[in-house]
Design a protein around this ligand. Structure first.
Ligand SMILES: CC(C)(COP(=O)(O)OP(=O)(O)OC[C@H]1O[C@@H](n2cnc3c(N)ncnc32)[C@H](O)[C@@H]1OP(=O)(O)O)[C@@H](O)C(=O)NCCC(=O)NCCS
Length: 159
């Protein structure tokens, strides 16, 4: 799974994205530290234990570096930044029944604006799955020779 590069200087407008979500009843915002268990339970139930583990450091940062989507009081999506490596985006996910309505894109844009605010000009999306989703939403491009990336046992690879 390759990594992708995003130019944070050319992101889509965040407010427009968040307002469009609000008009559809979806709130996109940073998670709070006291929501860590609820967020991790959502991730574990819908995705994997390893993703739930991976976002733990996001709750130790101030501001917290994980965004969530809330619909009718329930978490329906998340997007993490700087979970495993600095200046990396991911993991991210939207509940299967809520996909295809722009939530993943809005979470991505909000999270990347957060990285831009932290002072980064570019960011890396680690070990992509849906490259087309990232290239369409924020113009991300594949990084040559980026497989295997951070999601491997690098010491094991050397032997
Ligand atoms: C990838 C994911 C977060 C996208 O969330 P989503 O809310 O369904 O996506 P959106 O509705 O915001 O889609 C935005 C655009 O990307 C496209 N898109 C969404 N998922 C896509 C995919 N898997 N492959 C290609 N294009 C995709 C949509 O068609 C849409 O295009 P449009 O702007 O022309 O309408 C969601 O499908 C998911 O949770 N997948 C499983 C977990 C995963 O793969 N996470 C990424 C790990 S790197």
């Amino acid at each position: 799974m390759p990594d992708m590069l995003v130019n944070l200087l050319q992101l889509p407008d965040e407010n427009a994205e968040l307002m469009a979500m609000r008009s559809g009843g979806v709130i996109i915002r940073r998670a709070n530290t006291f929501e860590a268990t609820a967020v991790r339970t959502f991730i574990e139930s819908n995705f994997s234990t390893s993703w739930a583990d991976e976002v733990v450091p996001c709750f130790s940062r101030q501001p917290v570096s994980i965004h969530i989507a809330i619909l009718e009081g329930l978490i329906v999506g998340f997007a993490a930044a700087e979970a495993t490596c600095r200046n990396f985006f991911g993991p991210t996910g939207v509940a299967p029944q809520q996909r295809g309505r722009g939530i993943g894109r809005a979470l991505l844009i909000a999270s990347l604006h957060g990285l831009r605010s932290s002072g980064y000009a570019y960011c890396i999306i680690g070990g992509v799955g849906p490259a087309e989703f990232y290239s369409k939403a924020v113009g991300a491009s594949l990084i040559p020779d980026s497989t295997p990336g951070i999601y491997t046992d690098l010491l094991g690879k050397r032997s």
